[in-house]
Each structure stands twice: as C-alpha cells, then as structure tokens.
Design a protein around this ligand. Structure first.
Ligand code: NAD
Ligand code: MG
Length: 331
C-alpha cells in the first residue's frame, strides 16, 4: 500500500516568513489562497489588470497585485491558471521574477511534464494537487476537514522541496484528508486518462448514449433523463462511500444481476483496446500537442464541439426538469 501522510507528518513552520503568491483566483486559486491565509501563511494573489477576480479576492480579505509584482515579492509562486494559459503568463510575468531558492508550484503536472514550462535549475519545482474541485477544498477546510492531495517534487534545488510541498499541502488542509506522493509524470498521465476515459469522456458518452437509445425507441425524454443522468449521482455516492460492493448491496437483486451480466457487454474488448490507445496518446504527448495546437489556433474545434454538445436534447430536457426541481424545493 502506498503511504498516506497526515497533519503530524508535515511541518507548517517551514512556510514561516515566506510569502506565497497564488496566481489565478478561480476554482483552485481562491481555495488555496483563503485556506493558506487561514492557516497563518502570508499570501498575496497575482491577477492580470482588469481581472474581475480582483474585487472578489480583495473583498475576501486578500492582497492582490499584478502577476509580475506578486511573483517578484513572493518566495513561493503557485500557478493556478488554466493549463493552456500558464506557458504565456509564466514566460511574461513569472520567469523574469524568479530568484534562486524560490519555489515554483503547480496543481497539475501538464505544463512541466510536456515541457511547456522549463523552470531554471535554481528553483524548487513541486506539485500539490487536491483531488477535488476548489469549492470543496475551501468548504471542507472551513469545516475542519480537508480534500486529499497528491504531492510531487520535480526539481529540488534547496534540498527541502519535499518537506516544503508537504507543508503547503498542510496549509490548504490536504494533510487532514491525507496526502499521497507521486511524480509529475504519473499525476499528469493518470489525471488525463481518468478525465478522458472514465470521469468526463466516458461518463458523458455513456449518459448520452443511454438517453438517445431510450428516446429513439419512443420513450419519454423526461424518463430517459431520470434513468440515464439524474440517478447517476445516487449510484456514484454509494460507490464512493463503500465501493462497488456497497452500491450492489443497496440496489435490487434485479439491478445487481443486470449489472454483472450486461455491464461487460457495454465495456467490450474493443472499448478496452481504445482505452489503451488513449493512454498511449497521453504518454507520447500526442494529446498534449493536439490540445496546445487547438489553443494556438484559436480553439475553432473546441468552440464548435462546445456549441454542439450544448445543443444536445438531453441538455434541453435537463434544463426544464431541473427548473422544476428547484421550484419543488422552494415549496
Ligand atoms: P479556473 O479556470 O477555475 O481559474 C483560473 C483563473 O485564472 C481564473 O479565475 C482567472 O482568475 C485566471 N485567469 C484566467 N485566464 C487568465 C489569463 N489569460 N491571464 C491571467 N489569469 C487568467 O482554473 P482551475 O480549475 O482552478 O485550474 C487551475 C489549475 O488547477 C490547473 O492547473 C488545473 O489543472 C488544476 N486543478 C484543477 C482542479 C479543479 O477541479 N478545477 C483540480 C485539481 C487541479
Ligand atoms: Mg483532474
């Protein structure tokens, strides 16, 4: 079993006297900044001039500076910008302001692993990646708990990089939930694989395909929505709580029998072979190149896919049904 580290394994004092710049104030950024501040760490937020997040961060009691100024002031720079924006902001505003002994950190390994950002040798490069969205990182912290994190060292210039990464993880509440050591490569490849094959890509297609099959066979879209989308959460909650076994304990024997006998016909050898192919595309950098080029060319394909997906009938039905749920809730 891989070892999990908890509060008593990490020393928050290592951040004493250090200024941490959180660059970006989105999902992860606001959570890291506020949690670190509440943990007694000296935090500043780096944002581009004109960012709508400036007012928000200031209202939440944080000091905000332009990214370059924040990077200059800080001993530790945590980049929490969208992955596709990081290379440019790093080159323009962060790299010129890095000093020997600074820590450069990330919540996802994409830009380091695929060589989009190449930091100088004299800075520590670490990752602290919460395994949950930012709002959960913040909420659990305020409740005295924490979202488990991965941590990794890519470059150890000070000889303290690993302890520093663990200290940061403690500052955002990660060691309350437990932190697990990894490498930039492992985190990047498994994260991309998970989101493409299971969590986002796989699940979206499974939901849509089930919905389309029922609707095309003449069933009411509202029923198809409930069966193929709405109930996913109920099942997933059970799986997360107690594994597949707990879910299978809670469903009817009819459902359980259908699970064992029909599930393997949905995920077939062909699907598994495709999973391996997708993993290869991640490992070889083919996916990263495609994503980087898509961004460089102005996201023509990305924009078209977003629009097409937003127009899918399941989204129309869902909008109406969810509006009814909230009406029911208010009554
Ligand atoms: P986000 O899109 O929620 O927020 C990014 C923020 O960056 C924006 O709110 C804005 O303040 C700023 N920003 C956007 N465009 C900018 C630009 N052009 N120049 C300067 N600033 C700009 O991003 P996020 O989801 O918090 O992701 C940040 C990092 O955390 C990524 O590396 C991501 O992979 C990683 N991560 C995200 C999650 C998650 O659940 N969201 C989980 C783990 C790790
Ligand atoms: Mg992820």
């Amino acid at each position: 079993m891989a070892r999990m580290y908890y509060d008593s394994d990490a020393n928050l004092d290592l951040l004493n006297g250090k200024t941490v710049a959180i660059v970006g104030y989105g999902s992860q950024g606001h959570a890291h900044a506020l949690n670190l501040k509440d943990s007694g760490v000296n935090v500043i937020v780096g944002l581009y001039e004109g960012s709508r997040s400036i007012a928000k961060a200031e209202a939440e009691g944080l000091t905000v500076k332009p990214v370059a100024d924040a990077a200059k002031l800080a001993d530790w720079i945590m980049i929490l910008l969208p992955d596709e924006v990081q290379k440019r902001v790093y080159a323009e505003d962060i790299a010129p302001n890095l000093e020997a002994g600074n820590v450069l950190s990330f919540a996802h390994g994409f830009n380091i692993n695929f060589g989009q950002i190449v930091p100088p040798a004299e800075v520590d490069v670490v990752m602290v990646a919460p395994k949950g969205p930012g709002h959960l990182v913040r909420r659990t912290y305020t409740e005295g708990q924490g979202v488990p994190c991965l941590f990794a060292v890519y470059q150890d210039a000070t000889g303290q990089a690993r302890d520093l990464a663990m200290a940061y993880a403690k500052g955002i509440g990660g060691t309350r939930g437990g932190i697990l050591e990894t490498t930039f490569r492992e985190e990047t490849e498994t994260d991309l694989f998970g989101e493409q094959v299971v969590l986002c890509g796989g699940l979206s297609e499974l939901i849509k395909s089930g919905f389309e099959t029922l609707v095309n066979a003449g069933y009411q879209p509202e029923l198809a929505y409930f069966e193929c989308l709405h109930e996913v959460k109920l099942i997933v909650d059970l799986v997360v709580e107690g594994g597949l076994a707990k879910m299978r304990d809670s469903i009817s024997n009819t459902a359980e029998y259908g699970d064992y006998t029909r599930g393997p016909r949905i995920i077939t050898d062909e699907t598994r072979a495709e999973m391996t192919k997708i993993l290869k595309e991640i490992q070889t950098g083919q996916f990263a190149r495609e994503f980087v080029l898509e961004n460089q060319s102005g996201n023509a394909g990305f924009t078209a896919m977003r629009r097409r997906e937003a127009e899918h009938p399941i989204e129309e039905v869902g909008k109406d049904l969810r509006a009814m749920f909230s009406w029911l809730k208010k009554v």
